[in-house]
Design a protein around this ligand. Structure first.
Ligand code: OAD
Length: 246
């Protein structure tokens, strides 16, 4: 236990020194970044996909075959956001962007917490659950229209959150921008993701720079990373910030 803590302190110091050297750093986040804000991730013990089969709620087929279930699942997730807010780690990332310590964030998260905390250059690779559109004609609608079960006011189509459902393509422009940034990065910091979902799990390895991975458990092959820091995202970000700003 003591050895583990000691090791994590050394690794954190090493990452801080890499951050100081790097002229272009990109952060990639996943659901583990938001668990300390009270939002469940997908594959941990309390994760969504441990309770519900994603194919039964998060596909285009379900949107049409069982709108009641689709609507219930996404309404629950949207309502769940109202009592949560970004934790300290989010505000550290926002400050780092302001101070040119990091250049951009690519995220799989749909909660928009990075922007709420103050980051501007954010690539939402899996969309955003706070914005609603008609699946048929694309017209934007208010969140309330979705929550109260309305159809599209223009064409009568089904309303849905602007998230990427299983089987749908990622937003191309966003993906390309994230990929370009990661390719040119001297350092990529991956935070709170199991790296199980394609194609985002390929992104970190497109860089020619270093790759650091912060997670409370090792996901994938540890040899793929130049550095692994085991721990809670918020805690590690606070520690890194202390070192960088001291
Ligand atoms: P996962 O739930 O697959 O992985 C989250 C990872 O974060 C796990 O390895 C956890 O151990 C770790 N973790 C949890 N809390 C943490 C904390 N406080 N600090 C550090 N690590 C922590 O979530 P993602 O990898 O983001 O896609 O999942 C990827 C995609 O799968 C999601 O965007 C979603 C889902 O299906 C869509 O809905 C399209």
């Amino acid at each position: 236990m003591l050895a583990g803590k000691h090791e994590s302190r050394m690794e954190t110091a090493k990452l801080a020194s890499w951050m100081k050297q790097s002229k272009y750093t990109v952060v990639l986040t996943g659901a583990g970044m938001s668990t300390e804000s009270g939002i469940p991730d997908f594959r941990s013990e309390n994760g969504w996909w441990r309770r519900i089969d994603p194919r039964s709620v998060a596909t285009k087929e379900v949107l049409y075959a069982d709108y009641t279930l689709f609507h219930e699942f996404y309404s629950m997730r949207i309502r769940g956001l109202t009592c949560c807010k970004p934790h300290k780690g989010y505000y550290i990332l926002a400050q780092w962007e302001k101070n040119n310590i990091i250049n951009s964030i690519a995220t799989q998260n749909v909660d928009r917490f990075h922007q709420i905390a103050g980051n501007h250059k954010v690539y939402e690779l899996h969309g955003c659950i706070r914005t609603i559109r008609c699946d048929s004609c694309g017209t934007a609608h208010a969140m309330g229209d979705f929550l109260d079960g309305s159809g599209c006011t223009g064409c009568g189509g089904r309303l849905r959150p602007d998230v990427v459902l299983f089987g749908e393509a990622l937003p191309r422009d966003t993906w390309e921008k994230a990929m370009t940034d990661i390719e040119r990065a001297e350092l990529v910091i991956v935070i709170g993701t199991s790296l199980q979902v394609y194609p985002v799990n390929q992104l970190p390895f497109m860089t020619r720079g270093r790759i650091a991975y912060i997670n409370n458990e090792i996901g994938g092959d540890s040899h793929q990373f130049d550095l692994f820091i085991k721990g809670k995202a918020g805690d590690i970000l606070c520690k890194l910030d202390e070192i960088i700003t001291s």
